[in-house]
Design a protein around this ligand. Structure first.
Ligand SMILES: [Zn+2]
Length: 633
C-alpha cells in the first residue's frame, strides 16, 4: 500500500510533532466553521457554545484558535480532538495514516491494544446479536425471560431498539457460538466468558435477561444481566471493567439520548436500565442511567459536554435510598463543576431582586409522588405526565428543604426542634447569595415557627465557621485559589516566557522571577512544564507546540496556555531593557496584590479571634510586621 511513501518515525512524541507541522489551523477550523478574514486573523461562530455573532478568532501566525465568549482555545490538534469529541490518540493514529507516517516500533504495543479493542468491540456486538436471537427461541427458559419483559410492558419494538436479549441456561452456548471467530483471550478480556474450575471456559451470563450497554458512539461494550426470578442471589450482574468498558465513564442510553440532551439543553439521570428504557421509549428522550454505579465526576464531565447550561435532573427512586443517592449525586456534580462557578439556587420567578448570574450548573430533582421509581411511574402515568413533572421539578435546594420540612411535625421536644433547625442550616449555609439566603430564612421560619433572627444567627455561625477554616487553611498554603485580578497578573507575568522573539533568554527570565511569585495551582503546573521543556527547547514556537502536546488531555491547561499566548503580545517588539523593565513592573504589581490580600486576611482573622487573647496578640504582631514590610518596601 503505502510502503514507498511511508515515513519512519522513532517516537510517539516525534509523530505528534510531525503531524502538528502538517496541520494548518485555518484549514482545520474551516472544515467545521465558516471563517472570515479580518486583519491578521480569521473570525467565525464558535462551535463550542451557542454563538450568535462570531466570537472565535483564529490566528494563522500563532497557530491557535480562541473564543472570546466561552474561553475555548487551543491549537489545531486540540480543535480536532475537541470538536470530534474523541480520544486524542485515536485522532493521532488517524492523521498518521492520512499523512503516511509509519508508527514507531515501540508503539506497536499500543497499536496491538487498538486491535484488541477492535476485536473486543466486535465480540460484544456478536454476543449482543446472539443473546437477542436467543430471546426469541422456543425454549422454556427464554420464554420466562420474554415474560419478564412483557410484564414490564416492554414491547417488541423496544426489544429491537435496545437489542435486549437472553442468555440461555447453559454453560457454554455463547462460548460455543463465538469461539470459532474469536480467541479465548479476546472473549475473556471482553468479559463474555470466565475460567471454570477445571481450567476451561464458561459463559459469564446464564439464564438471565441481557441488556446490552453501548458507549456514546453506539458501540457495544458491556452487558447488564437481570435474573429471571426475583429470589436469585444477584438480581443484576454486570460485565466487569475492561479495555473498552470503564463504568465510571459510561452512561447507559447515552448513544440514543445525546442528541436530545443537546437539543433540550438538559439531561435526566436515572438509576436503572429499565428506568432509562421506559423513559426513552415513552418520549423522555434525554434520560440516561448511571447503571450499577454511583454518579462519578467523569459522568458529570461527559454530560456537561452535551448540555451547555449543565441542567441536570436527578430522577432516582422516591424511597430513602433514592434520596440518599440524590444527595450523593448532587454532591459529586457540585464538586466536579465547582471551578466554573455557583450552583443555581433560586428560581428567578420567585424573587425579582436577583441578578441574572451565570451558573455552573442547575440541579433539579424529579420526584413524582406516585410510583416508587421512574420506570413504574412512566408505565402507569405515561411519558407526558413524567415530562410535566420534570418541567416543574424543584431545584435541588428546594427539594432538600421540602424533604426536611416534611418531618416538622415530628419534631416536638426542644432537642428534636434543634436537630431540625441544624439540618435546615446545613442546607441553607451553601446558599452564597445573601438576598436569596434571607428569603429562604423568612420562608422557613414561618413554616417551622422559629424566630427569624435566631435562624440568621445560627446561619451566621455556620457561615463564619466555614469562612474562618477556609481562610486559615488558605493563608497557610502558598498554593492558593487566587482572585481573578491575581490570576490575570500572574498570567501576564508568565506570558513573558511565550513571547515570540523575546530579547531575554529563559535563564535570564527565571533569574528575574522571584520564588513563589506564581501561586495559582494551575499556573504553577504551566510554569513547571515550561521549565522542564525549556531545558531542551530554546525556541518559543517549538515550546508552545510542545506545551500544547503535554496539555492535550487537560482542557483547562490548554485554555490557560492559549490565554498566555494572547497576553504575550503585550511584550513583543520590546528591546532587552524595555522587556526587563516590563517584567519587573509586573512583578511589583503582583507583589502589591499579594500583600494587600495577606493584610486583609490577617485583619479578618484578627477580628475573628479577638476572644482568644494570646492568639490575638500573635496576630496583631504578625499584622504589624506585614505593615512594616509593606512600608519598608
Ligand atoms: Zn465559544
Amino acid at each position: 500500500m503505502y510502503y514507498l511513501v511511508m515515513v519512519q518515525v522513532s517516537s510517539f512524541e516525534e509523530l505528534i510533532s510531525l503531524i502538528k507541522d502538517r496541520l494548518d489551523i485555518v484549514d482545520v477550523v474551516s472544515q467545521f466553521v465558516a471563517l472570515k478574514k479580518s486583519g491578521a486573523n480569521y473570525w467565525g461562530l464558535c462551535p463550542f457554545h451557542g454563538d450568535k455573532k462570531p466570537s472565535m478568532s483564529v490566528s494563522p501566525s500563532k497557530g491557535i484558535y480562541k473564543c472570546f465568549s466561552c474561553g475555548a482555545g487551543g491549537d489545531a490538534l486540540n480543535f480536532l480532538v475537541k470538536i470530534q469529541n474523541r480520544e486524542y490518540k485515536d485522532v493521532i493514529f488517524e492523521l498518521a495514516d492520512k499523512f503516511g507516517f509509519e508508527l514507531p516500533k515501540k508503539f506497536h504495543a499500543v497499536n496491538e491494544n487498538k486491535n484488541i479493542k477492535k476485536d473486543m468491540l466486535l465480540a460484544c456486538k456478536r454476543a449482543a446479536e446472539f443473546y437477542h436471537e436467543e430471546l426469541f427461541s422456543s425454549g422454556s427458559d427464554a420464554k420466562a425471560g420474554m415474560e419478564l419483559l412483557i410484564k414490564r410492558d416492554i414491547s417488541h419494538d423496544i426489544i429491537t431498539a435496545y437489542n435486549l436479549g437472553f442468555a440461555p441456561n447453559k454453560y457454554d452456548s455463547l462460548y460455543k457460538n463465538l469461539k470459532k471467530d474469536f480467541s479465548d483471550e479476546i472473549l475473556e478480556k471482553a468479559g463474555l466468558i470466565i475460567k471454570s474450575n477445571n481450567g476451561g471456559y464458561i459463559d459469564r451470563f446464564r439464564n438471565r435477561v441481557i441488556i446490552p450497554i453501548r458507549n456514546e458512539n453506539g458501540e457495544y461494550v458491556a452487558f447488564g444481566a437481570r435474573a429471571i426470578k426475583d429470589g436469585e442471589a444477584a438480581k443484576y450482574l454486570n460485565s466487569s471493567e475492561s479495555l473498552i468498558y470503564n463504568k465510571s465513564r459510561i452512561l447507559f442510553g447515552m448513544d440514543t439520548a445525546k442528541d436530545y440532551i443537546k437539543e433540550q439543553d438538559g439531561v435526566i439521570i436515572m438509576e436503572g436500565y429499565f428506568d432509562v428504557i421506559s423513559a426513552q421509549s415513552h418520549g423522555v428522550r434525554n434520560a440516561v442511567g448511571s447503571c450499577g454505579t454511583a454518579l462519578t465526576p467523569e459522568h458529570v464531565k461527559l454530560i456537561s459536554r452535551y448540555t451547555k447550561s449543565r441542567r441536570i435532573y436527578l430522577s432516582f427512586d422516591t424511597d430513602k435510598a433514592g434520596i440518599n443517592a440524590t444527595k450523593r449525586g448532587s454532591a459529586v456534580i457540585k464538586e466536579t463543576l465547582s471551578a466554573i462557578g455557583n450552583v443555581k439556587q433560586f428560581d428567578e420567578s420567585h424573587i425579582s431582586s436577583v441578578s441574572d448570574d451565570k451558573y455552573a450548573c442547575e440541579i433539579r430533582v424529579v420526584s413524582p409522588p406516585q410510583g416508587k421509581d421512574p420506570d413504574e411511574f412512566i408505565r402507569n402515568m405515561g411519558g407526558d405526565a413524567y415530562l410535566e413533572y420534570a418541567k416543574n421539578a424543584p431545584l435541588l435546594i428546594d427539594f432538600l428543604l421540602n424533604n426536611t420540612l416534611k418531618n416538622k411535625n415530628e419534631a416536638k421536644t426542644p432537642q428534636e426542634k434543634a436537630e431540625l433547625v441544624s439540618q435546615i442550616i446545613d442546607i441553607l449555609k451553601d446558599v452564597n447569595n445573601k438576598i436569596i439566603q434571607t428569603e429562604y430564612v423568612k420562608m422557613v421560619s414561618g413554616i417551622i415557627d422559629v424566630d427569624e433572627k435566631a435562624l440568621i444567627k445560627e446561619l451566621a455561625k455556620a457561615g463564619a465557621d466555614n469562612d474562618y477554616h477556609f481562610r486559615v487553611q488558605d493563608s497557610n498554603r502558598n498554593v492558593t485559589n487566587s482572585s481573578q485580578l491575581e490570576i490575570k497578573a500572574q498570567k501576564n507575568l508568565l506570558s513573558v516566557f511565550l513571547t515570540i522573539d523575546s530579547p531575554l533568554s529563559y535563564m535570564r527570565l527565571n533569574e528575574l522571577l522571584p520564588e513563589n511569585i506564581i501561586r495559582d495551582e494551575k499556573l504553577i503546573i504551566v510554569k513547571n512544564t515550561i521549565d522542564k521543556i525549556s531545558c531542551t527547547i530554546n525556541n518559543v514556537r517549538e515550546l508552545t507546540k510542545e506545551l500544547y502536546t503535554q496539555f492535550i488531555e487537560d482542557d483547562s491547561l490548554t485554555q490557560i496556555l492559549t490565554d498566555l499566548i494572547g497576553y504575550s503580545e503585550a511584550f513583543s517588539g520590546l528591546s532587552a531593557d524595555e522587556f526587563e523593565r516590563a517584567v519587573r513592573e509586573n512583578i511589583s504589581r503582583l507583589n502589591r496584590l499579594y500583600q494587600e490580600k495577606e493584610k486583609k486576611e490577617l485583619q479578618l482573622m484578627y477580628k475573628q479571634v479577638n476572644d482568644d487573647e494570646i492568639q490575638a496578640l500573635k496576630m496583631q504582631m504578625q499584622l504589624r510586621d506585614k505593615l512594616k514590610l509593606r512600608t519598608g518596601d
